[in-house]
Design a protein. Sequence first.
Length: 331
Amino acid sequence: MKRVVSFGEIMLRLSPPGQERLFQSPELRTYFGGSEANVAVSLAHFGVRSEYVTRLPANPIGDAALGALRAEGVGVDSILRGGSRLGIYFVESGFDVRPPRVVYDRAPSAFSQLDPAAIDWRSLLRGADWLHLSGITPALGDAPARAAQDAATAARALGVTVSLDLNYRPALWTGREPAPLIRPLAAASDVIIGNPGSVEVVLGIRVDDASSGGPKLDVIAERVHAKLGCRQVAITHREALSSSEHGWRAALFDADGKKAHFSRRYQVRVVDRVGGGDSFAAALIFASLTGRPSADAIAFATAASALKLTIPGDFNRVSVEEVDRLLQSSS
């Protein structure tokens, strides 16, 4: 069985029911989520040996997060305990012309105060097939940034494939430039995943303002490859037709074949937009690890993430069979 290690912060999410506004009623629904944790959960549902590395407070909230990961089949043996609190974020889903809203309450979280020296990456990654990181982690402080770079360095030394989802979140970078911290991670990665906006801001790569057909995803992917020399570049594009209806498509450039492959475009009535990009990353990792050709891999990843948009919460609880069924029905 293939083994994937993901590293990042898991948080407690609080959302009002349905399309209510925050605190419109006294009820808030609880979920756990976070970019890399979402990837780990999706991979576990695909039957991959999925392990997650983070730091959780040694209190009942940290225990609940640990239990949520275990319940989804994620390996938690390498999770550190310590610190005083788990980060929180509030999500108001929005509806139709009303946009979604996210409010972070995550500092100073247990993860942001981790000790990079407490993680023995060479030992932890020995025998792994893949390491997944995201651009959110360097935004959370010097210690997480160093730990992520240490992880990428160890993975490269061991021949473990490294993927990086650029995951640019403007709210986490107020007053700071993301490029100096994320670009070294990108340079150490075999697979880069991002959208046109993150590519432009984080990597400094020009993204042409395209016509009504939208951005040229293949051109953007080829430019990322030309700059970084990575093996694969996946570019996703979300068309927010409204808060409750999205267009979703992607392209994958493969350096081996020197060719870009395109997914079909899905138009989805959205139940929950959170985790869509993470489910794409997880499905792309799974498809690559199981030997699906690039054209099939991008089709599988886009279909999996389209399905996620129909599921409440951060986690994508779909199986390989369900994704393949969608692909067959839309072919």
